[in-house]
Write a protein that binds this ligand. Sequence first.
Ligand SMILES: *[C@@H]1O[C@H](CO)[C@@H](O)[C@H](O)[C@H]1NC(C)=O
Ligand SMILES: *[C@@H]1O[C@H](CO)[C@@H](O)[C@H](O)[C@H]1NC(C)=O
Ligand SMILES: *[C@@H]1O[C@H](CO)[C@@H](O)[C@H](O)[C@H]1NC(C)=O
Ligand SMILES: *[C@@H]1O[C@H](CO)[C@@H](O)[C@H](O)[C@H]1NC(C)=O
Ligand SMILES: *[C@@H]1O[C@H](CO)[C@@H](O)[C@H](O)[C@H]1NC(C)=O
Length: 450
Amino acid sequence: MNPCFCVIFLLRLSFATAVNFTQVFAWNEWAFERPSKAIKTQAQRQESFNQENIQPRYMAVYGSRIFLSLQKFDDIPETLVSLRTSSASTSSPKLSPFPSLAMNKWKDCNKIQAAKGLEVDAIGRLWVLDDGSDSCNAKLWTIHLANNDHTKLSVRFPFKKPMHDLVLEETPDGTFAYISMMGERNIVVFSLEKSQCWIVDTPGVHVLSIALSPREEPRQLYLGKSKSNELYSISVAALRNGTRTANPKLIGKWTANNSYRMLMDNRGTMYTAFLSPNYIQSWNSSQPFQEQRFFEVGRQIAIWPFTFALDSSGNFWMTVFHYKADKPKCRLLRAAVGVKPYYITDSTTKGVSTVTTNCTSCIKGGSVAGKRQTDESTNYALIGSVALFLVLSFIISPWLCLRMRNMRNSNEQETEMPTFPNPVSPEMVHEEIENDLYGVVTAPPPRPWL
Ligand SMILES: *[C@@H]1O[C@H](CO)[C@@H](O)[C@H](O)[C@H]1NC(C)=O
Ligand SMILES: *[C@@H]1O[C@H](CO)[C@@H](O)[C@H](O)[C@H]1NC(C)=O
Ligand SMILES: *[C@@H]1O[C@H](CO)[C@@H](O)[C@H](O)[C@H]1NC(C)=O
Ligand SMILES: *[C@@H]1O[C@H](CO)[C@@H](O)[C@H](O)[C@H]1NC(C)=O
Ligand SMILES: *[C@@H]1O[C@H](CO)[C@@H](O)[C@H](O)[C@H]1NC(C)=O
C-alpha cells in the first residue's frame, strides 16, 4: 500500500471524528415515567411490551428537554416521549409520555397516534407529524413548549399516508411546513396562517428525507431520494408562490442509498444518516457537493441507527441505537459544535393561527399500499471505538495500514449488500418504506402498522 495514501486516509479519519461527543445517557432497558395511579395500572397492563420493539426514530430538542418519536407498536402506549438532559444519573433515563399519556392514544383520531418527524420552531413550538392509523388520517400537531405545552391539532390531512419528516420556514408572510412522506413522488406544503395545504409534485423523485437551507436567499429545500443515493434541491420561493410542480435539481450523490434524516445547520452544513450504514455524513453546502464523515460507529447496528437534532445553544444531540444484543442498547450523545439549527433567526413570527383546519385541497393520488415489515437487524458487534481509531491513527505502521485497508474494504462490502442477512423477526412491525427498500414481497396486508 502506498504510505502516502495511508497517511491521508488516517488524517481524514481523524478529521472525520474530530467532533468530541460526550455520553449523556446510556441504557439497556427502556423505562417509562407513568404519571398518575389510575393511568399507571392501565399502562402497566400494557407494559408487557417487547423491549426489542422500542426504537427511537425522530428527535427534537428544546432547552433541557429531548423529544423522541418511537416506532409505533401495538403494545407500547407511548409514541412521543420526552426526557430531561439535566438528570444527575447517566444511566437509564425515564421517558415521559408527551405531552401526556392520555394524548398518546393509538385508537383515537383526536390523539397523537403514531408520531413521526419532529421540529421545534423559533418561538418554541414542537411540531409533531402524526401518521394517524388505520381509520384516522395523518395530522400535524403543535405543542407550545414555552407555554405549558399547550397542545393543538394544526391540521388533519385529507389522506392516510405514511408520513416521514418535516421542516419549517418562518417568513414575514407566515409559517410554512414542508413535509415528506415515505417514498411519495411529491411533498406536502402547509401554510399555517392560511390554513391551507397542497401537494407539490416532484417529477422523477420519490422523496424520503427533507432539509431546508439557512435563511439566506435563494433558499433551497433539499430532498433525499428514496432507494437512491441522490440528493436534489428545489426552490423555496417557487413553493411559497404556490407552484404545484417543482423541478428537482440533482445536487450530488452520497456514498449510500436512502438518506432518511437530513439536517442543516445555520451555516449551511448538512448532516445525513442512511438506512443501515453505520455513519453520518456531512456536506458544506457553500462548496460543491463533497461528503465527509461526521460520525461513525464500528459496524452496522440497526436499519435506523441514529436520530439527531441541533439545539439553539450550539449542541448536536444524537441517539445511537443498537437493534439487538449489543449493550448499551441506546446512547444519548452530545457534542458542542457551535452551530445552530437552520431556523434560528433574529426575527420573530407573529400572527399565530389558532384554527384547526381540515385540509381538503391536497387530496391527490391513490391510497397507500400498506406493506408488512422486514428485518431490522444485521451484524451487531462493535469493532473498536472511535477513540481506539484515534490512538491507533498516530501509530502509523505497515500493519495498521493493512488493517485500515482491510476494514475499509469490508465496510464497502457491507454497504453494497442489498438485503440483510439475518432472519426477519416476526413480531416486528416496520415502515412500509423499509419493505420497499429491501424488496421483500409480502401478501398485501390491510395496514402497515398492524
Ligand atoms: C477533544 O477532546 C480532547 C480531550 O478532551 C481534546 O484534547 C481535543 O482537543 C478535543 N477536540 C476537539 C476538536 O474539540
Ligand atoms: C413568486 O412571486 C413573486 C411575486 O408574485 C415574484 O416576484 C417571484 O418572481 C416569484 N418567484 C418564483 C420563484 O416564482
Ligand atoms: C464551508 O465553506 C465555506 C466556503 O468555502 C467556508 O468559508 C466555510 O468556513 C466552510 N464551513 C465549514 C464549517 O467548514
Ligand atoms: C374536520 O373533520 C372532522 C373529522 O372528520 C370533523 O369532525 C370536523 O367537523 C371537521 N371540521 C371542519 C371545520 O370541517
Ligand atoms: C443503491 O441503489 C441502487 C439502485 O437501487 C443500486 O443499484 C445500488 O447498488 C445501491 N447502492 C448501495 C450502496 O446500496
